[in-house]
Design a protein around this ligand. Structure first.
Ligand code: BV8
Length: 241
């Protein structure tokens, strides 16, 4: 990222009234959370996309829970990094400010963000298989798998698995916000997972400045107003600072 690019990005934000921050696994990488398509993206020989699929859950709920409990154990000690914190602190500086995250790690909330749409759910919650009732999950690792809710109802992770619809209304609310914003920051995503990856396009198509923060170029890069090469923890605090 050049100083000129940083200045351009800061000018877009300085003039903005409405901001959407679209995040993926890369914003949590510096907190020590493995990304999906990094080198460590397999478990018991399964790619993450298979372990996180509705097919596995329907076939073997206990193994699906072992995968998610393994990840919860990894996440138990991680904390928000300067990128999450800068996003949280920026929230009150704009007329409208919304975080739209693909992540399920809860780090935006831990950093203090209030206005968040979790497109893919949250790993710290379980959901009744029959009732759909949501429960905060107790300690990690879970004592028994699958965890149970009221009336001994088996729970599933309250996340959106590959092959599943997103939570009702979540994508639509995010898409409306993206189509109204002045600036859409796109932080730490490879832009390969749909329909989430449509969010930056909704912003661009409505005339917003779309600014990517990523050490690598991605499928989204050719469509960005600006693409800032570098790590979120280094760049994001300087965008708002
Ligand atoms: C659906 C919860 C419809 C679970 C997740 C072909 C074309 C289009 C779509 C599809 C297709 N084939 C299949 C589909 C559908 C599928 C999909 O998109 N698959 C992809 C893989 C091709 N989508 C779905 O299934 C969705 N549902 O389509 O339903 C439907 C219709 C009818 C009936 C039924 C269904 C549901 C998708 C949701 C899946 N769940 N998470 C869990 O967490 O286990 S998605 C999962 O991937 C995570 O949430 C993650 O965030 C997300 C996206 O990945 P990224 O966040 O981008 O992470 P990634 O590792 O890829 O990239 C990290 C980036 O960070 C990299 O660019 C890297 O360079 C960068 N980075 C690294 N370090 C840093 C950094 N950036 C900044 N700073 C750093 N330090």
């Amino acid at each position: 990222m050049t100083d000129d690019q940083l200045q351009q990005a800061r000018q877009y934000l300085a003039a903005a009234r409405r901001v959407v921050v679209f995040t993926g696994a890369g914003i949590s990488a510096e907190s020590g959370v493995p990304t999906f398509r990094g080198k460590d993206a397999t478990w018991k020989g399964m790619p993450a996309a298979v372990a996180s699929s509705i097919g596995l859950l329907e076939q073997d709920l206990t193994t699906a829970w072992e995968w998610f409990d393994y990840r919860r154990t990894l996440l138990k000690t991680v904390v928000p990094n300067p990128a999450h914190i800068a996003v949280a602190q920026a929230e009150t500086r704009f007329e409208d400010f919304l975080v739209v995250t693909q992540n399920v790690d809860g780090l935006h909330q831990k950093a203090g963000s209030q206005r968040i749409i979790e497109l893919h759910g949250n790993i710290w919650r379980g959901r009744g298989l029959r009732t759909g009732k949501r429960y905060p999950l107790p300690e990690t690792p879970l004592p028994t798998l699958p965890p149970r809710g009221d009336h001994d109802e088996p729970l599933r992770p309250d996340v959106v698995l590959f092959g599943e619809m997103l939570p009702a209304g979540a994508f639509e609310e995010a898409e409306i916000a993206a189509s109204r914003c002045d600036v859409c920051l796109v932080i730490g995503t490879s832009g390969v997972v749909y329909p989430a990856a449509l969010i930056p396009f909704a912003a661009r198509d409505a005339g917003a400045a779309v600014i990517e923060v990523n050490p690598e170029s991605t499928d989204l890069t050719p469509h960005m107003t600006l693409s800032l090469r570098g790590r979120a923890g280094d760049i994001v605090p300087r965008l708002f600072g």
